[in-house]
Design a binder for this molecule. Structure first.
Ligand SMILES: [Zn+2]
Length: 93
């Protein structure tokens, strides 16, 4: 019924969705996007909250973002790390 969610993960995902279309990373597949999220999330503090299963994030929660700039910076640097060292070869998804 209830589940733990990491709000940092939600924010990183949003930042990544905004960043990916503008970025020039060599591969934008699901695998690479997941790699970028993992890198960024390992460098950000987790922010767990309890949510009803399937509940969509509310406006109130999305206001609790003291460090949006930092999140975007971590996404950008994670994207650079991942594109410098792709975890698969190009054309091999
Ligand atoms: Zn890829």
């Amino acid at each position: 019924m209830y589940e733990l969610r990491n709000f940092s993960e939600v924010l990183v995902k949003k930042a990544l969705e905004e960043y990916i279309p503008k970025s020039n990373i060599p591969c934008k597949c699901e695998r690479c996007q997941a790699d970028i999220m993992a890198f960024a999330l390992n460098r950000l503090p987790p922010r767990y909250y309890v949510s009803l299963k399937g509940e969509v994030i509310t406006g109130f929660e999305s206001q609790m973002v003291p460090d949006k700039a930092r999140i975007l910076a971590e996404v950008v640097s994670a994207a650079q790390i991942v594109s410098a060292c792709l975890s698969h070869s190009i054309g091999d998804e």
